[in-house]
Design a protein around this ligand. Sequence first.
Ligand code: FAD
Length: 570
Amino acid sequence: MDFESYDVLVVGGGLAGLRAAIAAVEANPRVRVGMVSKVYPMRSHTVSAEGGAAAVMRPEDSYETHAFDTIKGSDYLADQEVVEAFVREAPVEIIQMEHWGCPWSRDPDGKISVRPFGGMTTWRTCFAADKSGFHMLHTVFQTSLKYPQIARHDEAFVTKLLIEDSRCVGVVALDIRTGRFDAITAKSVILATGGLGRVYAFTTNGNICTGDGMALAYRAGVGLKDMEMVQFHPTGLPFTGILITEAVRGEGGYLLNNEGERFLKRYVPNKMELGPRDIISRAMITEFEAGRGFDGPHGKYMHLDVRHLGEKMIDRKLPFMRELGREFVGIDIVKDPIPVRPVQHYMMGGVDADISGVTPILGLYAAGECANVGLNGGNRLGSNSLSECLVFGAAAGRHAAQYASTAKPVSANPVDAMLWDEARRVESGYLEKKDGHERMGAIREEMQREMDAGAGVFRTKEGLAKLIRQLGGLRERFERVKIEDSSRTFNTELLAALELDFMLEVSQTIAVSALAREESRGAHARRDFPERDDAKFLQHTLAFRRESARPRLEYRDVHITNFQPQARTY
Ligand SMILES: Cc1cc2nc3c(=O)[nH]c(=O)nc-3n(C[C@H](O)[C@H](O)[C@H](O)COP(=O)(O)OP(=O)(O)OC[C@H]3O[C@@H](n4cnc5c(N)ncnc54)[C@H](O)[C@@H]3O)c2cc1C
């Protein structure tokens, strides 16, 4: 059988994937790059990023402060040499984006504008109004079109990594239009599949953020790192979970409780609305529990007030927020406060990878939100993620291209058999299965509800133990899931089942890693272990898959270079 074959294959057409593809061909113009994406690239979740991308752009700023802010923000779980490399590369990438045509917002003197963001000591978040992700994704997408060496497979869903002799040699992908399974081989494969927010019921993440790449790597034997570190953003719209960007607070918005009080003075007195996300989310829940939240049809909420900023400023810097208020809450943020509450937003954890995206499997790389290269630790600072996608997407692309130019070609022989096995697994497990009776939507909703309850902003031993048992039960029920649509063309029910399979896999790693971390650090807040415990847990968690058993955990020391752990107060 003939397969599509590339030097470098990128899985994912978001910011990290596209940046990686461009870097690969720029590193070596003879390299042929394939890109597989389950949606058209411009529909990747990156498109919805609002606030901006962090980088040291002004003389009053310094690499050292950006590094320190990021490391302190991470609650000292970041690997410090990774952060130090990141802060140096981020401005290079922002300027590269400028040269590729990204329409950054500008100051009157023509400089790229910067705005303040949570946990950053100075203004360093570059933005394109409040649609930064849209413009950045567009910029890398249009740039990728210049290169005939980059071939795209849009609307193809990767179900498995091809591993031969402990080396990754490609993927199996389901062509969504035809229902055909294809092997796409490559000398190196870069996972850039984004986050997993949809394992929670209340999330800012798009429907497609289902942790596929993390599950694919995990099944191939790679450890998932720090999966207990899940970020909750303080300001989601109740019910829809739509994000109200941190830039709203950056531009001067206040958070108010039901007594009209700026309650953050009790939690982050020196930073107030510009405190880090984990601490503000906990402050809001604590206020709710003390009876100081507003009650609404979708639970408790706080007010985010921007009325004092004035219409002119709101329309210039936050026009999309005004539109969201009108469309989704029926308010005008120029005249009314915005109802908000903490919402799942980002995954610090992910595929174990190093500073070049290298994973423990030869030929397999990871970058962007699906990867954990050691940058974000226990809590990511807002606006570091878009820059992370650029910096580490580019690094992975270069490294994968270099490796591909020396690696031996992939032989077709075992690939044939692996493709056949994988196609049979999906066909007999889903499409031809006659005895299934469990409803997929019911399993998914229960998983999401239980994740919200057991692995939310605050956690306990009992809650996590219960969650693990429940996820085990849901996994058993999933074995008996019924797929009603057995057709081949655009079988979205089958895709939803494959995604749920991945989500059940990664949820288990979140719960098991969280239960074992008996301390509170960054976004991981245990009511039963409220203190940080550096003596025992200044370590990364690594979760490895075991057949029919809970994941096995290992620990790895955090790399400290210049910043010794201190108490984290703001
Ligand atoms: C609403 C929102 C606002 C945000 N705002 C900001 C911000 O202002 N600043 C900031 O720094 N960060 C922000 N973030 C975070 C940041 O946007 C993301 O972390 C980042 O964009 C992720 O990019 P990515 O390239 O890793 O993945 P994505 O953009 O999510 O792309 C993933 C790609 O993988 C593909 N894929 C996934 N699974 C498969 C599969 N099985 N087969 C084939 N293809 C697959 C998808 O098709 C997609 O192309 C925000 C996030 C959200 C949700």
